[in-house]
Each structure stands twice: as structure tokens, then as C-alpha cells.
Write a protein that binds this ligand. Structure first.
Ligand SMILES: [Zn+2]
Length: 495
């Protein structure tokens, strides 16, 4: 336990005791009914009244526990460490008493399938010792390769874990939910509402690609905070959640044509379909000759390990072995922008990409250039190179221009929400190496990143329209620093 926790605990206890002393009448009804609430989301607002329209009275962090004073609808009035009170939304907390949280004698579980078969051993072919009805409450004492050992009043044995919901499963779901810290707007224009309802007033309007910090959720709505501090609610179906979009770093399997996708890890079992040659799926778990894979729909299926070629490249860290596609912008008849002193964008992008190519090659990456000379390559050819090679990263290199010759600096663009982190990591490293104006990470509707199925970003490394920056850009030291920045960004991304 950290010092801060001890202090927090002390204060909580102190006020709890104080509360008992000064308000014995109130606590009698309140505490017995509601007990405590524990915050289940990363950042939750505490309001001065029981509703989202009340002013914010404070912020609660995940796992903070508060004493409940009373309940009003979905809201709990809680005692704050400072001794004052506030209200917290019931859908952002878990109710309970601290003592009820842990039980050493296994976890409680609930059967989620009709007449679930309980077997003698953790194996599909093991003898059936009994069945359990849906919603039966059991005690789970052990887990093994997708099976759990359960005990109930009249039967004990092994059951398929996917049909037994345990406390741990529930929490795992919550934790995944908690990782969601941001959402990217997926509508052309989106209203931020005062409360989680389409009928509610608008507090701001944001455009496609805007990144919003999520501070809470309510039945399909997200409570969000804008950069300027404005907060409000957005309907979940107009945004892409960042973690939802995040690519998995799990192992993958590549399948042969006609490979059966089974419902269960058993050759004779029902299938959900067959694979096409070269289909790739992330592996969720492995067991005795079977892989459990995740399908695009989010559901899972089983494949025989013999039918699949497994690759762990996705989980290997570092640049070594990664397929990286570098895309020097423009080329051939397409000069790109022309600098104040006449520098052609197509030539500096190629120079930068070539230098980065050498550095990545040395580090053991498989590097592919969309062009390695002053030739014209169409935008769709560029994305095709990335997509067909299953690039682990695609980096398009450009230089900017603006009407105002004073505009300077570098910008990193992403299109797909899941590439935001990639863009952020590379941009951070470019900023620290290059030392030029950081124009930040932005959403950009560019063909090469939009049509890319692989992690893709587009860099605008500086303004050729700025005479001062152009002078800087053509120097060898600029190239070296820019290349080091992108390289370190890729390294951070593959960490
Ligand atoms: Zn360009």
C-alpha cells in the first residue's frame, strides 16, 4: 500500500467515524440499504445534484470508494473526503460492501446456457456427470484451458468456461470498457449535447475526425470533454471508440483454402464457415491441437492447428522483422509543392525516404519503398503495396505549403481512429528530434492513409513555402534529425 493510499484510507475512515458520530439517525437507513459505491470508470464527475444537468462538484477516479448517503433514481449521494457531499451516477459505479468483494473459497459464477453439460474431466469427450440449468448459481474453484471446475448443490465437475459467467469475467469486461479513454467522431458533423438525449440542447458541434476524451458512459452515450474544457454527451453510434479500433498484437494464423471454422474444438462439430486461402485471424487461445480464433464479426471459432500456419510476428517487439512501407510523396510528372527557393517536394520526400530506408534496413526491418526514383506512382498503387504486403506500418512522407510564408512546422496525419496512437508516437519523436514548430497530430482525409488497411500515417515534415524553413529542410542535418525522429517513433510504436 502506498503512503497516499494510507492517507486516503485514513481520511475515509475518519469521516466515516465522524459521520457515525454526528448523524446516527441518517446512517441507519442509508448505510444499510446502499453501503458503498466503488467507481468503475477512469474519470467520473461528481455532481451537486442527482442528474447530469447539475454542476460538477468534483472528479472521482477508478476504484475510489465512497459511502452512500441516499439514492435518488439512478444516482447516489455520496460523502466526499472533504466532508461535503456530492452525487454520482449509478451506472458508473459498483455497489457493495468492501467485505463482500473477496471470497477465498472460489468465485461465484452463473450458468448462461440451457442445460449445460457438466463433465468428469476438462475435455469435450469426457463423461457427463450431470447438467445445470440456465442462471444456476455455482462456485468456480479452478480453471484450465477453456474449462472451469464448478461446484453446486447437486453436481460438481467441469464445464465449458464460455457458458459460466464469473465475477472475474464481469470485471474483465469492465476493465476493457475502462481502457476506452477517447472516441473519434465518425460523422461529418456531430452535436455535443447537454445530457445523453437527442432532444437535449447542443453545447458544441464537432467535425469528422475530432478526438474526444471520454469521461463517462450512459446507455450508449459518452460523456466527453473537448480540448477547451467544454463537456457534454455524444451518441455512441456516431463515434469510433479508440480501444475498440485498436489492432490486436496477438499471434495470427494464416489459413489454407477450405479450412473448416468449427464452433467447438472438435472435428465433427458444426462449422460456422470455411476459410479462403490466405485468410488471417488473430489467435485468442490455444489448446491441444486447436486454436481459438477471433472472426471479423467479433465472435470466435476453432480451427485445427494442423490446418493453420501460426505466426508470432505480431507479438514480437521492435523494428526487426517488421514490414514497413515508406511512401515518398509525389514523383515523376507530379512535383508536389515547389519551395520559395524552388525546392521540389518530390525530391526531398525521396531523399528523406531513402535515408530512412537505410536506417530501418540496418535495424532488420523488411522495408518497401513505393518508389525509389523520380517516377510517378498512383495513389492507389501506393496503398496496394501496403495492403498486399500486410505492412506493419505505412509512412507517407510529404512537405507542406501555405499561402502565408510565415507558416512553419510539422504535422502528423492519421485517418483511421486506430492509427491515432501510431501518429502520436511518431509525432512526439519528430518533435523532440527536429525541434521545429509542432503543429500536432491531426485527422487528415488523404487517399494513401484512408484506403490503407494497414497502420498508416502521413507526415508533413515542414513548410517549403516558408523561405526560412525551406533553407533548413534542404540541409543534411534536417534530414538526419527527421529520419531519427521517424525511426524512434516507429521503434516506440513497435514496443
Ligand atoms: Zn505532398
Amino acid at each position: 500500500m502506498r503512503g497516499g493510499d494510507v492517507k486516503k484510507l485514513f481520511f475515509r475512515l475518519f469521516f466515516l467515524v465522524l459521520f457515525f458520530l454526528i448523524a446516527p439517525g441518517v446512517i441507519h437507513a442509508g448505510a444499510e440499504e446502499a453501503g458503498t459505491v466503488t467507481v468503475t470508470h477512469a474519470a467520473v464527475y461528481i455532481r451537486s445534484g442527482p442528474g447530469v444537468s447539475y454542476p460538477i462538484a468534483g472528479k472521482a477516479a477508478e476504484n475510489d470508494t465512497y459511502t452512500v448517503l441516499q439514492k435518488d433514481g439512478d444516482w447516489f449521494q455520496i460523502r466526499l473526503p472533504q466532508g461535503n457531499t456530492g452525487w454520482i451516477a449509478g451506472w458508473l459505479v459498483e455497489t457493495g460492501t468492501p467485505s463482500a468483494k473477496q471470497s477465498k473459497q472460489g468465485k461465484q459464477g452463473k450458468i448462461t446456457a440451457d442445460r449445460l453439460r457438466i463433465r468428469k474431466a476438462p475435455d469435450q469427450s469426457a463423461a457427463i456427470v450431470g447438467t445445470l440449468e440456465k442462471n444456476a448459481v455455482v462456485t468456480v474453484t479452478r480453471a484450465e484451458g477453456g474449462w472451469v471446475y464448478i461446484e453446486s448443490g447437486n453436481v460438481s465437475g467441469w464445464a465449458d468456461s464460455q457458458y459460466v459467467q464469473t465475477e472475474k469475467n464481469k470485471n474483465a469486461g469492465k476493465m476493457a470498457e475502462n481502457n476506452v479513454s477517447a472516441a473519434i467522431v465518425a460523422a461529418t458533423s456531430l452535436n455535443i449535447r447537454r445530457s445523453p438525449s437527442l432532444q437535449s440542447g447542443t453545447v458544441a458541434t464537432v467535425t469528422y475526425g475530432t478526438r474526444l476524451e471520454i469521461t463517462g458512459t450512459d446507455h450508449g452515450w459518452y460523456e466527453v470533454e473537448l480540448e477547451d474544457g467544454t463537456h457534454g454527451w455524444v451518441a455512441g453510434f456516431y463515434v469510433t471508440r479508440e480501444s475498440q479500433a485498436k489492432r490486436s498484437s496477438e499471434a495470427e494464423v494464416t489459413l489454407h483454402s477450405g479450412t473448416n471454422l468449427y464452433k467447438r474444438p472438435q472435428s465433427g462439430s458444426d462449422t460456422v464457415g470455411t476459410a479462403k486461402a490466405g485468410d488471417r485471424f488473430p489467435v485468442v487461445s490455444e489448446m491441444d491441437g486447436w486454436y481459438k480464433i477471433r472472426l471479423e464479426s467479433g465472435t470466435s471459432a476453432y480451427i485445427s492447428a494442423k490446418a493453420a500456419q501460426k505466426s508470432d510476428t505480431a507479438v514480437k517487439k521492435g523494428i526487426k522483422g517488421k514490414t514497413i512501407v515508406l511512401d515518398p510523396g509525389h514523383g515523376g510528372t507530379d512535383n508536389g509543392t515547389t519551395g520559395a527557393y524552388g525546392t521540389l517536394e518530390k525530391l526531398v520526400t525521396l531523399k528523406t525516404a531513402n535515408a530512412l530506408y537505410e536506417k530501418l534496413k540496418k535495424a532488420g526491418a523488411r522495408v518497401i519503398l513505393t518508389r525509389n526514383s523520380d517516377t510517378y506512382v498512383s495513389l492507389s498503387e501506393r496503398t496496394a503495396i501496403s495492403n498486399t504486403n500486410h505492412a506493419d506500418a505505412f509512412v507517407s512522407i510529404h512537405f507542406d505549403s501555405a499561402e502565408d510564408s510565415h507558416t512553419r512546422g510539422h504535422t502528423t496525419y492519421y485517418y483511421h481512429a486506430q492509427d491515432y496512437d501510431f501518429a502520436r508516437l511518431v509525432n512526439n519523436q519528430i518533435t523532440s528530434r527536429l525541434g521545429t514548430v509542432d503543429r500536432g497530430v491531426k485527422f487528415g482525409d488523404f487517399h494513401v492513409i484512408r484506403e490503407n488497411t494497414q497502420p498508416a500515417i502521413l507526415l508533413e515534415l515542414g513548410y517549403l513555402s516558408s523561405p526560412a524553413e525551406e533553407k533548413h529542410i534542404v540541409e543534411k542535418s534536417f534530414q538526419t534529425k527527421a529520419v531519427a525522429g521517424i525511426y524512434n517513433g516507429l521503434k516506440a510504436y513497435f514496443q
